[in-house]
Design a protein around this ligand. Sequence first.
Ligand SMILES: CC(=O)SCCNC(=O)CCNC(=O)[C@H](O)C(C)(C)COP(=O)(O)OP(=O)(O)OC[C@H]1O[C@@H](n2cnc3c(N)ncnc32)[C@H](O)[C@@H]1OP(=O)(O)O
Length: 410
Amino acid sequence: MVTLRTGADGDFDQVNQLVQRTFLNDGGGREWDEERALFEPARSVLAVDGDEVVGHVGTYTRELTVPGGVLPAGFVTVVAVAGTHRRRGLASAMLTRQLGEIRDRGEPLALLWASEGGIYGRYGYGLASRRLGFEIDRREARIDGSRFDKTRLDGLRLSAGPAAGHRAQVTALYEQLRPSRPGFASRDSRWWDYRLADQAWHRGGSGPLQGVVCHDGDTPVGYALYRFRSDWDNSGPNGEIGVMEAIAATPAAYTMVWDFLLNVDLTRKVGLWLGAVDEPLQYLANDPRRLGMRMGDGLWARLLDVPAALSGRRYATEVDVVLDVVDELLPGSGGVFRLRGGPDHATCEPTTDEPHLRLDTATLAAVYLGGNSLGSLAAAGRVDELHPGSMTTTAPAFTWTRAPQGLEIF
Ligand SMILES: CC(=O)SCCNC(=O)CCNC(=O)[C@H](O)C(C)(C)COP(=O)(O)OP(=O)(O)OC[C@H]1O[C@@H](n2cnc3c(N)ncnc32)[C@H](O)[C@@H]1OP(=O)(O)O
């Protein structure tokens, strides 16, 4: 008989074997030091059949940047059920138990990257951010000269080399920028170890992890983490740059970092998989089409405590609205709530007032980080306007100055 239990110290190896098998990785000949350090057994739910681990869902304890705030969140990870035990409800049982445990810890929301987009809507997750992928033909694409104001770059300088050598500057700048971009997550030293781990199997055929940092005096103001892959064909050099993340505190630093990445000799392509939907590069390029942009799905969010989540973010415009949030899976997390908010304040409480808008919890999650418009979801029939005019005043409030971005898959 299969039973569920909480994880324990010592479970890592069996869980990891299950995860590598279910994710179709060979898993052979590797050390798992960084993953082992991140494993939080007390936050894992395991399905066991006798002595065998046949299912797992894990949670990482991290903070999430939301519009105008930073909140604790449960980062859901490595959801896996053995091939021998699928489609009998094990994932549903584990994921539902996990959501209850995240809520009981006082984390108002859960977050994940989906391996397949069809899985998580049924558990109340909504697609809250998208990624913009870039496959840049670097012989054609460059920073538009008229946008490249050399005078603003005066005083800035770049240093480049193995990423580990830039760890102090990169972590300091990330920590400074983290609160400003919805979707960014806290990274303690274990997470930086994981991010900067440079074992051969992390490289996917590319070279060692590199860093380029833009400095203003002694202060880091921009950086990129990237790898290069050397290749030659009949017409010459055919190398590639794969950018893992590129962020900056100022437009000048961002421009300088990207100008560097687009001008590495002996390369033809530059790729960025997890770009933001509003990635500034698209507004700096001489010819945006040459950036080879393609939209994909990003972070899925699940609200567990609507008042805490909605009062924990800020709103682009003043809003006073009563929301009827339908939560079929966890009815205790739904209800009717009055939200009063604006750019520098927000409260949200249960109310007996008549609702203005009715939507399910996944739809509210989809607009929560500012990555989707409430009006667009209404056009898809996912929001009922019960009080005429309330959509017009509420939809702009849920937007934000920057699009949410999931900067790393966890
Ligand atoms: C955050 C992350 O870790 S994402 C990674 C998810 N894991 C993987 O992709 C690894 C490979 N897949 C697996 O391990 C399993 O197939 C799982 C975990 C996705 C599902 O496990 P199962 O125990 O088979 O799921 P369970 O029986 O509870 O089914 C849950 C529901 O999801 C549906 N479902 C399961 N897998 C998929 C899928 N890939 N796409 C769409 N729907 C799916 C089932 O049909 C079922 O629907 P229903 O409730 O309407 O009947």
